[in-house]
Design a protein around this ligand. Structure first.
Ligand code: AMP
Length: 411
């Protein structure tokens, strides 16, 4: 059998890698406009960094982390998400002396989930975090930034923004208690997975995709009935700022997100084009998390977006490139052809050369690979100090000097 990558992982090359690079470019462009600085952190961290913040009972911690003992017996984990490592890095490097600190990162995450379309065990995320602001505008800035990035990359796709508020600690505490009492009544009807969550993780039952659970969830207590005055006010301001920015959104009271650290605003950008793995970007506010990780008691808000899921929705050939191939007809002409090749590269013109010295084979490769031009060097060209420039789409060709060819291709 052919050697394959590990289940749930994939190699990126060709068209897919073009898409990936384009996403990175667009992300960096908007990061600059919205004033975020890039940060790159190690892909593994101490296991403790994730356990408590993500929640002892969260699916990620219970089932999905790639955790291993180092040779000195310390427990390490391949990062399953980027918010906690970015906060850890901000604390480690004293970046939180100046707030707000606006940071973004792009890179691979690791979760041992059941692989399916749009769900991998190693996947790439872009992450944006604002640390140290309680202003409603910081939540809205992040939502607008996400919208800009998605609109730029997927201009023709219908993308839905859903928002919810989880309220403050008080709201959440009361809400979880009341959910527990409600779900207790249905403990024989809920799915096995949800049944286990009644005591410690009742909020997550609202996330369930099980048909019966969804029916039970329909009549579950609503978080909006538990908001404190402060939580209500915060959520109202978010909505009015979104309205002012002409951003359409839906309120989804069952949106709770998978990790433990959220409070107040939570949001998701969803698509109907990807089946069950329909969330492209998700995030929210996480007051208390920075302190929990070992920093000052400052608030934070952020989001994570799945790069592979966005790639799945992008068209092929979004990256326009002028592709040029040099064909040297015989090995005896190599010195002359190689001089031209070097000259083109010195002038920053990308050229492909296949080392084959075979006109027929190279021409057919260029045609099949959508090359725009081929440059042909034969005996005649050597004798006259010229080369042939052939446009493949039209088939037209002309003999030109080295100076001329650079002028044409640089345009
Ligand atoms: P989360 O950190 O779970 O909120 O995920 C944020 C985003 O990352 C999701 O909306 C997805 O777009 C993407 N994502 C999460 N898990 C996976 C996965 N296993 N495979 C691919 N993309 C994922």
């Amino acid at each position: 059998m052919k050697i394959q990558p590990i289940r749930g992982t994939h190699d990126l090359y060709g068209e897919e890698l073009h898409k990936f690079t384009k996403i990175e470019k667009v992300v960096k462009y908007y990061a600059n406009i919205y004033g975020f600085n890039n940060i790159i952190t190690p892909i593994f961290e101490s296991t403790d960094l994730f356990k408590k913040p993500l929640g002892d009972q969260s699916d990620v911690v219970l089932k999905e982390m790639y955790t291993f003992l180092d040779r000195n017996k310390s427990s390490l984990t391949l990062r399953p998400e980027y918010t906690t490592p970015i906060i850890r890095a901000a604390i480690s490097n004293n970046l939180l002396e100046k707030t707000p600190q606006k940071l973004f990162g792009i890179g691979p995450m690791f979760r041992r989930e059941r692989p399916q379309k749009g769900r991998y065990r190693q996947f790439n995320q872009m992450n944006f975090e604002i640390l140290g602001s309680n202003d409603e505008a910081s939540d809205v800035d992040l939502i607008l930034l996400a919208k800009n990035i998605l609109q730029d990359l997927l201009p023709e796709k219908e993308i839905i923004l859903q928002i919810n508020s989880l309220g403050d600690k008080d709201t959440l505490g009361k809400f979880k208690e009341s959910l527990k009492i409600y779900f207790e009544k249905y403990k024989f009807d809920l799915s096995d997975e949800s049944k286990e969550k009644i005591d410690n993780n009742s909020l997550r039952i609202l996330d369930s995709k099980d048909k019966k659970d969804i029916e039970i969830n329909a009549n579950a207590p609503k978080i909006s009935n538990f908001y404190s005055e402060e939580a209500k006010k915060y959520f109202n301001i978010i909505q009015s700022l979104l309205d002012q920015s002409s951003l359409n959104f839906e309120i989804n009271n069952t949106l709770v997100r998978g990790l433990d650290y959220y409070c107040h605003t939570v949001f998701e950008f969803k698509t109907k084009d990807l089946g069950s793995q329909d969330t492209l970007i998700g995030g929210g506010r996480y007051n208390g998390l920075v302190k929990m990780i070992g920093g000052k008691d400052i608030s934070g808000v952020g989001w994570a977006g799945g790069i592979e899921r966005i790639m799945m929705l992008m068209h092929d050939n979004q990256v326009e490139e002028k592709k040029v191939q040099l064909i040297i007809m015989k090995k005896e002409l190599r010195d002359y052809g190689y001089k031209l090749l070097n000259l083109l590269r010195e002038n920053k013109i990308p050229v492909h050369f296949d080392y084959k010295y075979n006109l027929k084979k190279s021409l057919s490769f260029a045609n099949n690979s959508n090359y725009e031009y081929v440059i042909i060097v034969g005996e005649n060209e050597l004798n006259n100090n010229l080369c042939i420039l052939k446009e493949l789409k039209t088939g037209s060709q002309k003999s030109v000097s080295f100076i001329e060819i650079i002028k044409i291709l640089k345009k």
